[in-house]
Design a protein around this ligand. Structure first.
Ligand code: COA
Length: 236
């Protein structure tokens, strides 16, 4: 399904052969763009109304996210009208589609899939700079601090950034199913040896575990100044 191409509507967005595609199975279509090159005029009036009072950077990032979402949806063969936002800011996808959007300084991407194939998608990309020390305890559980203690002191801030990115990805993936806010300490992450894959565990909150199932796994990597994480929940 995926190809190396620019979107047929907007020559700025890359569809298919993106830096984030390796995070996902082939049923997921990804698109990416540098948000600084996207113009707000790509927005539908109803989308524009959602960010009319926002600062220019936010309006541009929102437009870039919608541009990526539309390009990925077109590749999936799904027509997209306005993609509005729900009560907790989650994107409201066209019927039969699920997806996720991320934007950070210099990068924006979306991942979408047909609901028949995939139950939910989560995607998050952050700059790979070090997480300030005063935030570590809001983000990491005791188990995660235990894991971090095995690393050189100079690496820990970047690893906390990776944990942060993965937790935001888990949050975006679980929200469309549970409609619940989760705090960073409600989720615990364990990485594989090379930090290319992760397993997320919901701490307590039995009702959420029941809704999501036991297998919360995803992929992540750090490259070229960015931390990337993605996951899907598959249909049984
Ligand atoms: C919602 C949140 C995860 C967004 O992450 P972020 O790094 O700040 O921003 P990103 O650019 O990567 O993602 C923003 C996009 O996420 C999507 N998003 C926002 N809220 C969402 C939700 N509740 N569910 C799914 N997707 C959501 C939107 O598409 C948004 O972009 P848009 O407003 O332009 O449409 C974050 O702001 C937040 O509220 N975090 C607290 C909850 C959390 O992460 N808990 C972690 C433990 S699970």
């Amino acid at each position: 399904m995926q190809s190396t191409s620019k979107c047929r509507f907007c020559n700025l967005v890359t569809v298919g052969s993106t830096r984030i595609q390796s995070l996902f199975p082939p049923q997921v279509v990804t698109a990416e763009v540098d948000p600084t090159v996207v113009e707000e005029k790509i927005l539908h009036p109803a989308e524009e109304a959602l960010v009319s009072s926002a600062v220019p950077k936010r309006r541009r990032e929102f437009a870039a996210g919608r541009a990526c979402a539309r390009a990925a949806l077109a590749e999936l063969g799904k027509a997209a009208g306005p993609i509005l936002s729900g009560v907790r800011n989650e994107p409201r996808w066209p019927e039969g589609v699920i997806g996720s959007i991320t934007h950070t300084n210099g990068y924006c991407a979306a991942a979408v899939a047909s609901e028949d194939a995939i139950r939910s998608v989560g995607l998050d990309v952050e700059r790979s700079d070090s997480m300030p020390r005063e935030l570590w305890s809001y983000i990491c559980t005791n188990e995660e601090f235990e894991w971090l203690s095995g690393w050189p002191q100079d690496d820990i801030g970047s690893l906390v950034k990776l944990i942060f990115c993965v937790k935001e990805c888990v949050y975006k993936c679980q929200y469309p199913i549970t409609h619940e806010f989760l705090d960073f300490l409600d989720v615990e992450i364990a990485f594989n040896n090379k930090q290319e894959g992760f397993v997320a565990k919901i701490v307590d909150k039995t009702h959420i575990k029941k809704q999501l199932g036991s297998s919360l796994e995803g992929r992540c990597f750090v490259d070229d100044g960015f931390v990337h994480s993605g996951m899907v929940l598959v249909r049984k």
